[in-house]
Design a protein around this ligand. Structure first.
Ligand SMILES: [Zn+2]
Length: 505
């Protein structure tokens, strides 16, 4: 006797189809599972057996084998409980119900209740793409219907059985077009809450517009975190594709709110400086995405940047370069998306008060140099904009200069993104920050006045070649904000001011 049931497992942030085959032959009664089942998937057999026993279904005294195919793909997660239980039941009761049009994905409690699993959203997408109806637990229903699959949610294993036998009628749950477009941002933050930091807010706007990674340098309490948290509010709204991708990531991590299981706001993640490389990068025993993947399409904020471990910082190199992270496991590689705007924050010196008017810095020049060296190197090379966040002078808060709010900043960012889309339509890049030397020659041609300004700055401050090209990239974005085809001396001058760490101590 043989039965094949369809299920799925998660690899990266996608679901892949798995066939669950159950076969019973003559021999010493036994029950085995084969086909690279890992962790929770390995235990599926036991939960399924208990569920059957508690539902009054007896297994025949035969040699029963459960095979998960294809055999060479590692299977993890508890979603195999239900398809295994269905397969065993059909063998035990000799039922020949048609399960070919269904995909099954739910965990079972020992008494047969269906429990939610992680990754039901990408599994729904897979079912939809394969023309299969999806049977899942009731608690996963809202997340599953977002995939636009035909979804059948159930509370108990016996209900699923009655449904398959045709004794219980159920209509599929589907999402309406109106529901899909019911989009509402939950981000209540706004840059108008940040007072008297015009220069920093402008730096944020430039960083967001040209996708320039940003480092904020300032004493404790000046509002670096407050500013960072508001950066997602000035980034353009996510496209449908980005919403889908981001929702998949949060589904796989089990982080979706089951009442409102869709991610519409650009993510903001702020891992602690003590974070391990696994929690930041992903991987580990259960092969889960890390913080950098949760920040995909949004902002990764590393506060107290110099306190992060060297190897953790080093592991950001590939994602900053390629927008993905590849993690090697025993005999497989997993790739997760990880394209984010990196926003880092640091104190200006070990005590935190170098340059402060409120407290005196107690650090020696040597200590400050050593501290700054900690944040130099390959990652700092990928941070274009470095801005000082000053202490706010409360007497100057009534500055008559127009302050920036999130709406105004976002409109500017969107406009500059459109300019870049047009500029790079025949290139393989999207943003000014991604320009190489050849792009710089093509798109940042300087007139003699601009050249003179830049040369003077290089002579005076001793900028490296790398700083030089960063200044050009930032100046290009500033010129775009200005809607100027040419990079002018004032754009260069402003760009130079965003290289805070280039100044001497
Ligand atoms: Zn100090």
């Amino acid at each position: 006797m043989f039965k094949r049931i369809k299920g799925a497992t998660i690899s990266g942030i996608e679901a892949i189809p798995i066939d669950i085959e159950v076969d019973a032959t003559r021999g010493i009664p036994s029950l085995n599972i084969i086909g690279l089942a890992q962790g929770a998937a390995k235990e599926s057999k036991d939960r399924a057996v208990h569920c059957l026993a508690n539902s009054g279904i007896k297994l025949p005294p035969k040699k029963i084998t459960i095979s998960l195919a294809p055999a060479d793909i590692k299977k993890s997660g508890s979603g195999f409980d239900l398809p295994i239980a269905i397969g065993l039941t059909s063998i035990a009761l000799g039922l020949n119900f048609d399960t070919n049009q269904f995909m099954f994905a739910a965990e079972l409690s020992l008494d047969g209740r269906l429990k939610p699993i992680r990754g039901v959203f990408p599994i729904g997408v897979l079912a939809k793409n394969n023309g299969l109806k999806l049977i899942i637990s009731k608690e996963n229903a809202k997340e599953a219907i977002l995939s636009k699959a035909l979804v059948y949610p159930f509370e108990h294993f016996l209900e699923v059985l009655s449904f398959l036998k045709g004794e219980l009628k159920r209509e599929a749950k589907i999402i309406s077009v109106e529901q899909l477009h019911e989009r509402e941002s939950i981000n209540q933050l706004d840059f108008s809450d940040v007072k008297g930091q015009y220069k920093v807010k402008r730096a944020v706007m430039i960083a967001s517009a040209g996708f320039h990674n940003l480092l904020m340098v300032g004493s404790p309490g000046v509002g670096k975190s407050m500013i960072a948290k508001r950066i997602p509010t000035v980034l353009p709204d996510m496209t449908d594709e980005e919403v889908l991708e981001t929702t998949k990531i949060y589904s796989v991590c089990g982080l979706l709110n089951q009442d409102n299981p869709i991610i519409l706001d650009k993510p903001f993640r702020a891992p602690h400086s003590g974070s391990s490389d696994v929690s930041l990068i992903g991987g580990g025993v259960n092969a889960m995405p890390g913080e950098i993947t949760l920040a995909h399409n949004g902002v990764l904020f590393l506060d107290e940047f110099p306190e992060f471990k060297r190897n953790v910082i080093e592991s950001l190199r590939q994602p900053l370069e390629d927008g993905v992270i590849t993690i090697s496991r025993a005999n497989a590689k997993i790739t997760y998306p990880a394209r984010f705007l990196l926003v880092a924050a640091a104190n200006p010196c070990p005590c935190g008060y170098y340059g402060s008017k409120k407290r005196e810095c107690t650090c020696s020049v040597a200590q400050i140099k050593k501290y700054r060296n900690k944040i130099s190197g390959p990652i700092l090379d990928r941070i274009d904009i470095q801005v000082n966040v000053p202490e706010v002078d409360y007497e100057k808060l009534s500055d008559d200069r127009v302050d920036l709010d999130s709406k105004t900043m976002k409109e500017t960012v969107q406009r500059v993104m459109n300019i870049q889309r047009e500029r790079f339509k025949n290139e393989k890049i999207n943003y000014n920050s991604q320009m190489n030397e050849q792009h710089l020659r093509e798109y940042c041609r300087l007139d003699s006045d601009s050249h003179a300004v830049l040369k003077m700055a290089v002579d005076r401050f001793g900028f490296s070649a790398r700083s030089y090209s960063k200044i050009l990239k930032i100046a290009r974005t500033i010129a775009d904000i200005d809607e100027s085809d040419n990079v002018l001396p004032r754009h260069i001058k402003e760009a130079i001011s965003y290289r805070a760490l280039d100044w001497d101590v």
